[in-house]
Design a protein. Structure first.
Length: 222
């Protein structure tokens, strides 16, 4: 009975809120809008940022050395020194003590998954031109334009799409998601409470996704 009620509830939510993936035009105009978004966030300063620190809902904590491509990922009593270039060379500890090879591999995989998700909520705008991305200019009903970015490969869920709603300043206001992990398409998540870091790049410290808030903690870039 509970399963049936849950299925009915999901069906109602899907009917009320699901949106089909929009179609748009790729090419120079879509790329120009993407560049305008990057310029508004000081993309050049992002490229020169050597260290990024943040947390995700105060559960996962990160210090990303972008020069060495090493990320310190910590949660509970676990610390993983994640090597983004050669993940197999990463190390892990529990309560500051080394663990078995098998456990280390499990923790590396978990840390990689956490990082892929949680870093996206920090730096997704700067990934609009990543290898394997496709960009489309979307004409909105109110006459404004939005930027749809589809990731054809990479990360944990290739094929995901995000439509950026961009303010007149060029700064992102929110994006709508079409992802494998969320079965209802077009759910909107805000990008807000931007801070200008020591390195001069603008990064978000807060998101709202429906009734949920996602805090990025004390965001540091230097």
């Amino acid at each position: 009975m509970l399963f049936l009620l849950g299925l009915i509830g999901y069906g109602i939510l899907y009917y009320l809120y699901n949106e089909p993936l929009p179609t748009g035009e790729s090419g120079p105009e879509a790329d120009a809008l993407a560049y305008r978004m990057l310029d508004a966030l000081n993309f050049k300063n992002y490229n020169n940022t050597k260290i990024l620190e943040w947390s995700f809902r105060d559960d996962h904590h990160y210090k990303w050395n972008r020069e060495k491509e090493i990320v310190t990922v910590s949660w509970d009593n676990i610390i993983v020194q994640l090597d983004l270039i050669t993940p197999s060379s990463s190390t892990a500890s529990i309560n500051n003590e080394s663990v078995s090879y098998e456990k280390t591999q499990d923790l590396i995989e978990k840390a990689q998954s956490y990082f892929n998700n949680d870093s996206f909520w920090l730096v997704a705008p700067f990934k609009a031109f990543d290898q394997g991305t496709e960009r489309y200019l979307i004409d909105m009903e109110d006459g404004s334009e939005a930027l749809l970015v589809t990731y054809t490969k990479g990360g944990d869920t290739p094929g995901d799409s995000y439509m950026w709603i961009i303010e007149p300043s060029g700064r992102p206001k929110s994006f709508k998601l079409w992802t494998k992990i969320i079965p209802i398409g077009g759910i909107e998540a805000s990008w807000e409470e931007w801070v200008k870091t020591e390195s001069g790049v603008f990064l978000p410290t807060q998101h709202k996704l429906g009734p949920f808030s996602i805090s990025m903690g004390d965001v540091i870039g230097r």
